[in-house]
Design a protein around this ligand. Structure first.
Ligand code: PXP
Length: 247
C-alpha cells in the first residue's frame, strides 16, 4: 500500500490576473483560503525576483491567513533567503530563475554548484524551515541534493507533460519513478510538479514513493469554468484513483 498523496495548490496565477489591472481583485489570499476549504493539503507560492505575480505583502498575508503548510518557491539568492527566514514558511522550494522565462523551465542545477548553494541552504535549515529542491530526476542531482541536506526534492514533470508520444511519456515516467525510489532510499521526501493536468496526473500520482504534487496553472484555468473547489476536487479524485489502480 502506498502512502497518502497530498495536493499542494499553486495560486501564483491569481496574482498574475490581479496584476493585469492593478488593484486588489482577484485576491490571492481569498484563493488560498478557498483552496484550503476545498481540501488542498498545502498552498504554494513563488515570489519571483521581478515580483511579476506574488508580491511581498501577498506572501505575508497568505502565511498569516492559512492553517495548512505554505510551500515557498524562491531563487537561491541572499535576498530571498532573508525574506524566507522572516516569513517562516513550512518549506522553501528552491527553483532556478531567469527573468526572461515565462515559467520555471528546468530543474535547479545542484551538482557542481554546491559551494555557492551550501551557505544559503544551511541558513534555511538553521531557521527550522524544510529545504526542498526542484530538480530533474537524475542520479547526479538527487545525490547532490542529498549531500546538501535536502529534506524534500520536487521532481520536475515538465518534460513528461510536454512529451508528444506515449513512448516518450512512458520513458519520462520511468525516469521520475527511478528518481523517486533513489530519493526515498536516501531518506528524502519526494514531491513532483510542473505542467500537470487532469490527463497527465495519473502516472505521476501512481508512483508509490510520491508524497505530494504541486499544481497551479492548469487548476486556475479549470477554475474559470468550474470554480476552484470543483477543479481541486476533480484533481484529488484523479490522484486517488491513480493511487488505487496503480496507473
Ligand atoms: N512546482 C514548481 C517548483 C514550480 O515552479 C511550478 C510552477 O510555478 C509548479 C510546481 C506548478 O506548475 P504548474 O503551474 O505548471 O502546475
Amino acid at each position: 500500500m502506498s502512502s497518502p498523496l497530498r495536493l499542494g495548490v499553486n495560486i501564483d496565477h491569481v496574482a498574475t490576473l490581479r496584476n493585469a489591472r492593478g488593484g486588489l481583485h482577484p485576491s490571492p489570499v481569498s484563493a488560498a483560503l478557498l483552496a484550503q476549504k476545498a481540501g488542498a493539503d498545502g498552498i504554494t507560492i513563488h515570489l519571483r525576483e521581478d515580483r511579476r505575480h506574488i508580491k511581498d505583502e501577498d506572501a505575508k498575508d497568505i502565511k498569516q491567513a492559512i492553517d495548512i503548510p505554505l510551500n515557498f518557491e524562491m531563487a537561491a539568492t541572499e535576498e530571498m533567503v532573508d525574506f524566507a527566514i522572516a516569513l517562516k514558511p513550512n518549506a522553501c522550494c528552491i527553483v532556478p530563475e531567469k527573468r526572461e522565462e515565462v515559467t520555471t523551465e528546468g530543474g535547479l542545477a545542484v551538482a557542481g554548484h554546491e559551494e555557492r548553494l551550501k551557505p544559503l541552504f544551511d541558513k534555511i535549515k538553521q531557521a527550522g524551515i524544510r529545504l526542498s529542491l526542484f530538480i530533474e530526476a537524475s542520479e547526479d542531482e538527487i545525490k547532490a541534493a542529498s549531500a546538501l541536506g535536502a529534506d524534500i526534492i520536487e521532481l520536475h514533470t515538465g518534460t513528461y507533460c510536454h512529451a508528444e508520444t506515449p513512448a516518450d511519456k512512458a520513458k519520462e515516467v520511468e525516469k521520475i519513478a527511478k528518481g523517486a525510489r533513489l530519493a526515498q532510499s536516501l531518506g528524502i521526501e519526494v514531491h513532483a510538479g510542473h505542467g500537470l493536468d487532469f490527463d497527465t496526473v495519473g502516472p505521476i500520482a501512481a508512483i508509490e514513493e510520491m508524497q505530494e504534487l504541486n499544481i497551479g496553472h492548469f487548476l486556475m484555468g479549470a477554475a474559470l469554468f468550474t470554480g476552484l473547489e470543483e477543479a481541486i476536487h476533480t484533481m484529488q479524485a484523479k490522484m486517488a484513483q491513480a493511487r488505487k489502480s496503480g496507473s
